[in-house]
Ligand binder design. Structure first.
Ligand code: F6R
Length: 262
């Protein structure tokens, strides 16, 4: 796992967007896995800027989001479909019919999980999966105790996630208690994963996910088994890492990161 530390959240965001743009430029017919949440808003703003400046083209990109709340329709302002349309899809030259999220209104939940897995496979698999991390260590909505080989399906959210994300709902208690999410196994099947972690509030969980034992209690730790995973942190999120000095050496000395030096 390559762990990269940048000074500020802005620099971490800029590097994340630059890696995505670089990967799309190398393979224009690209399948991109996407995440939602506060951390990603800046990444999408940056990608929209790069698209506007002609530095990345989304016209042949297909996207698959990690998750969607069960019971929320696409037009619901709290749905992840609404979030994606607002923060990214309406701001770049992507073909909307190539943008995919689980259907939060699907009646048959098992069938919806299978449909999503098949759609990902039909698109040739995910080239790069963008990830954030929850304070409980979740990737997508793979909460603690989730199987580390799970595929897309319905998940019950933890009290921690309900508390953290409930602030976006009015009243907070109206937040759905379940969501569809790609499984940890689905995420692990992506050819490459890029996780972005910013802010002091994530320092403890970042340490557990990156340096702790691999455990279903911190589903992000499964990425330690991924062959092409990078985690990008700002100084605040990296503050508790034991391997900080080595991470800095990696950024300075691994030739593959040279082209991203500014
Ligand atoms: C949502 C998702 C989640 C978030 C995580 C962090 O699609 O994948 O795992 O990445 O909950 O969210 P923020 O950035 O709001 O702290």
């Amino acid at each position: 796992m390559d762990v990269i530390i940048r000074g500020t959240a802005d620099e971490a965001v800029e590097l994340t967007a630059a890696i995505i743009a670089d990967a799309i430029n190398a393979k224009p017919e690209f399948t991109l896995g996407l995440a939602t949440g506060k951390t990603m808003e800046q990444v999408y703003a940056k990608l929209a800027d790069l698209n506007k400046a002609g530095k990345v083209d989304f016209s042949r990109v297909s996207t698959f989001n990690l998750d969607e709340y069960i019971g929320l329709a696409p037009e619901d302002k709290n749905s992840y479909r609404y979030y994606m349309n607002y923060h990214l899809f309406s701001r770049v030259n992507i073909d909307m019919k190539n943008t995919h999220l689980p259907d939060g209104m699907a009646k048959d939940e098992v069938a919806e999980g299978e449909r999503y897995e098949k759609a990902i496979a039909a698109a040739g698999g995910i080239d790069l999966q963008l990830l954030g991390i929850g304070c409980d260590g979740h990737i997508g909505f793979n909460e603690p105790l989730s199987s580390l080989t799970s595929l897309t399906g319905a998940k019950v959210l933890t009290p921690n996630t309900l508390e953290v994300n409930g602030v976006y709902f009015n009243p907070p208690s109206s937040m759905p208690k379940r969501a569809f999410t790609m499984g940890v196994g689905t995420i692990m099947a992506a050819r490459r994963t890029v996780m972005l972690i910013t802010g002091k509030v994530k320092a403890e969980i970042a340490k557990k996910a990156i340096e702790g034992p691999v455990s279903a209690m911190v589903t992000a730790s499964a990425l330690q088994y991924h062959q092409n995973a990078v985690v990008i942190l700002d100084e605040a999120a990296a503050s508790l890492l034991e391997m900080k000095d080595y991470c800095r050496m990696l950024w300075e000395n691994d030739p593959k990161w040279k082209k991203f030096h500014r």
